[in-house]
Design a protein around this ligand. Structure first.
Ligand code: GLA
Length: 374
């Protein structure tokens, strides 16, 4: 009896594995749905790379990845070594990439592109970086020293990544979130602003261009772009940067809620940045909804779909759309169910919204082709 029971159990287990494998096969791949249009990607925490179920999900759906935290300055700067070196040279910068390596290795081995995030940001950057001797007990460094540290940091990052992972990092967020939500102009509380002044954004792009391998796309990245006042500040900044010839594109973070901002405001923001002639990317897409009903999940699907339709309208200018995380329980907004896959890695209605947008666009193109339209 006991033996028959365990045989039955084994058969049942095998059957359920087969069912879930078959279910996996019937789920379409997002990157394939968008092939020929633009890359579709995700931010990935280092922990995901040691979970085979998540790496399978990544390989199936995403053609570009961003390390969620591992290329931010607080992960890359080696402050104790900086301190040592500062005894001889205040401008010297020491870096280490232990936490970024697993994702860069994974991307290299599997032929997946990486978007680098981020070189210059007011947040997740050690305060000591801005102080004499790399010690917050000392005064902040002069503009000249900080410019030299910025240049050295950017050179070290570009050189190390390009030497070991040539061709893997195709683009970078050079500066993140420089515009202040209140003043709609440069965030004066940023240590970059305090030490270097108004032109720190332009200088970051100048150095990034100087050291980036040829063909690397350089982005300014920000949130709340659909907020009218902030949009005008962001536009003003981009208009100052464009003539210097070092910026390639703009990254819309798009950490949204179900209905906020409205799609007309999002459209207006994308239309006006696109009109500047820059490359576009949606860099950090997620759409939060707490305790969702079935209806909310449908609305979330419609909102994802509308954003994808908008970016498909700009497919000639768009390099990538990236969601900020893999599954709802691994998101920085966990509790708001903001992503395409639930905690068991099952595709949500939102996932099918992303797929539908691509399929409908392809069908429209095919129909236009048959009618001899361009
Ligand atoms: C911003 C940053 C991201 C990430 C999110 C929240 O959008 O650009 O790197 O930190 O906040 O996690």
């Amino acid at each position: 009896m006991k033996k028959t029971g365990s045989i039955l159990l084994v058969i049942l287990l095998a059957f359920s594995c087969l069912i879930s494998a078959l279910a996996d096969e019937t789920v379409p791949s997002i990157k394939e749905a968008y092939a020929g249009k633009f890359d579709f990607g995700a931010a990935v925490p280092q922990s995901a790379l040691s979970d085979g179920r998540l790496t399978k999900l990544i390989l199936k759906h995403f053609s570009i990845l961003t390390p969620e935290n591992e290329l931010k300055p607080d992960a890359v700067l080696d402050i104790s070594r900086c301190r040592e070196q500062a005894k001889e040279d205040e401008t010297a910068v020491a870096v280490h990439f232990g936490s970024a390596r697993p994702l860069l290795d994974f991307a290299k081995e599997n032929g997946i592109k990486v978007h680098g995030h981020v070189l210059v940001w007011h947040s997740q950057t050690p305060k000591a970086f801005f102080h004499e001797g790399y010690d917050t007990a000392n005064p902040m460094v002069s503009r000249e020293v900080m410019l030299a540290r910025m240049e050295n940091y950017i050179r070290e990052v570009m050189t190390w990544t390009n030497d070991r992972y040539p061709g893997v990092i195709v683009s970078w967020d050079v500066v993140n979130e420089a515009i202040d939500d209140q003043s709609k102009w440069l965030r004066k509380s940023s240590n970059w602003y305090k030490t270097i002044g108004e032109d720190y954004v332009a200088r970051a792009f100048e150095y990034a261009r100087k050291y980036a391998p040829e063909g690397t796309l350089l982005y300014y990245n920000d949130y709340n772009t659909a907020n009218g006042g902030k949009l005008s500040g962001i536009t003003r900044l981009l208009e100052q940067l464009i003539p210097e010839g070092n910026i390639d594109g703009y990254g819309f973070q798009m950490h949204h809620n179900l209905l906020d901002p409205g799609i007309s405001l999002i459209t207006k923001a994308v239309d006006s940045i696109a009109a500047l002639g820059l490359r576009l990317r949606v860099s950090e897409l997620d759409i939060g909804v707490k305790n969702p009903t079935e209806r909310d999940l449908q609305k979330q699907k419609e909102r994802y779909k509308a954003i994808m339709q908008l970016m498909l309208r700009y497919s000639d200018q768009t390099e990538a759309v990236q969601v900020w995380g893999l599954t709802d329980n691994m998101s920085w907004r966990t509790g708001e169910n903001p992503l395409l896959f639930d905690k068991s890695r099952n595709p949500k209605p939102a996932f099918y919204g992303v797929i539908e947008a691509a399929k409908e666009a392809a069908a429209e193109e095919a129909a236009a082709g048959e009618n001899g339209l361009p």
